[in-house]
Design a protein around this ligand. Structure first.
Ligand SMILES: Nc1ncnc2c1ncn2[C@@H]1O[C@H](COP(=O)(O)OP(=O)(O)OP(=O)(O)O)[C@@H](O)[C@H]1O
Ligand SMILES: [Mg+2]
Length: 392
């Protein structure tokens, strides 16, 4: 029998623990979008690496698809145009729906024509043309102002969905990677389709690192009021217990109680750790034999090694000598580090001289600024890893 645990970026867990509140609240909004055929406040989900943002987004995407929605999925990345990626994803989904004859009729043809205009505007050379054999819709999505054009595109998409008796879900993962101009355009477009005299059934969920809310607010001041924000934190002990217990029961095995407690403690509520520990522990057993402290101890040891390889070492190795020095100075603190302290530990007179280094580490996704004057690691457990690596 296979191992039920599923460690790795974006890998669906066998049991999605402790996220019931968020998912049910967002799904309630989605049902409303469908019933009223108009948008609801867009949602932002943020959290540290490995906290379960992508799998939460996938859960919503699956839900939308199971309801027959038009579901668009984009992963933003640095240096890539978000508009282009969105256009591409919308095209792929529309083509799929067309060949399944799920979307037809005038509103749908119009959405395709608007998509064509949009695409021609963002990429006049046609290098990214994706074979839409249709004339562009004059006067739609061709102003050259990305925020207006994106609004036209989402509006037309929403109309087409409404016409077919359905709605649209747009998920963008790693949203903090998008450029500030793209984020501004997205904010304006979402604002407009929510506010317009003809609201459309389009629902948006974006996910990213804890910096995301601040990045969005920097792009447009009203972003703070426009989105509903959810933060994904570590799982509480009850949820962590469920994340371990449910899959093992499915497997036809069970945990001895001190073994389970040790596994819960080792993971400290961090979803990625739970999957990794669960996986390594399950490798040690033969169901239906129960899991004892022996397997847990061996499993945790293996899980630590796997995480060091997969999660930490790659990040650490990617940093420059200076970057490492900065992070070593951070690792002394239990939580966030004050820039002044880091400067002092690095033997600098003030924190001012560190801003280039700091920005670089933020840009590389290694650290983030939880508040002014502070920095913290984007991966839980990074400080421990650095301290251990230093001893080796
Ligand atoms: N609620 C949960 N219960 C159990 N396991 C979970 C839960 N959420 C996430 N996981 C597991 O944690 C791991 C990381 O999840 P995911 O990739 O979604 O995190 P993320 O926040 O998107 O991380 P990153 O910022 O690196 O993209 C996966 O192996 C996933 O199966
Ligand atoms: Mg992710």
């Amino acid at each position: 029998m296979g191992n039920p645990f599923n460690p790795g970026a974006g890998r669906k867990p066998p049991y999605l623990a402790g996220r019931g509140k968020v998912t049910s609240s967002v799904k309630t909004d989605m049902r409303r979008v469908y019933e009223d055929s108009e948008g609801m406040r867009p949602v932002i989900v943020s959290g540290l690496r490995g906290m379960g943002k992508t799998v939460l987004l996938r859960e919503l995407d699956d839900f939308a698809r199971s309801q027959g929605w038009v579901a668009i999925w984009v992963e933003a990345s640095k240096g890539d145009s978000l508009a282009r990626k969105l256009a591409q994803a919308i095209y792929v989904e529309l083509r799929r729906l067309r060949s399944a004859e799920r979307l037809t009729g005038r509103a749908f043809e119009h959405a395709l024509a608007v998509l064509r205009s949009f695409q021609l505007k963002i990429d006049p050379s046609g290098a990214y043309s994706f074979g839409i054999d249709i004339d562009p819709a004059k006067g739609y999505a061709d102003s050259g102002d990305l925020s207006l054009d994106l609004g036209d595109l989402l509006g037309a998409l929403g109309e087409a969905a409404r016409d077919a008796g359905t709605a649209v879900l747009i998920c963008i993962d790693e949203l903090q990677e998008a450029s500030i101009d793209d984020l501004r355009a997205l904010n304006v477009a979402l604002h407009n389709i929510g506010q317009g005299s003809a609201p459309v059934p389009v629902f948006f969920v974006g996910a990213g690192l804890p910096t995301l809310p601040a990045v969005l607010a920097e792009a447009s001041t009203y972003a703070e009021r426009m989105y509903r924000f959810y933060t994904l934190d570590t799982l509480d002990a009850g949820a962590a217990r469920a994340a371990y217990v449910e899959p093992v029961e499915e497997l036809g095995s069970r945990w001895e109680s001190d073994a389970l407690n040790a596994a819960i403690e080792a993971a400290a509520g961090y979803p990625y750790f739970i999957q990794q520990c669960g996986f390594c522990i399950c490798e040690q057993i033969e169901p239906p034999a129960a899991i004892t402290v022996v397997e847990v101890t061996a499993g945790i040891e293996l899980a630590r090694e796997e995480l060091a390889r997969g999660l930490y070492r790659s990040r650490w190795d990617r940093a420059t000598v200076k970057g490492k020095e900065f992070m070593r100075a951070m690792a002394i603190d239990d939580g966030a580090s004050q820039l002044g302290d880091i400067a002092q530990r690095m033997g600098k007179k003030s924190a001012n001289g560190l801003s280039v280094l700091r920005d670089r580490l933020i840009r590389d996704g290694l650290i983030y600024a939880p508040e002014r004057g502070y920095v913290a690691f984007t991966v839980p457990g990074m400080a421990d890893y650095i301290e251990r690596a230093e001893e080796m």
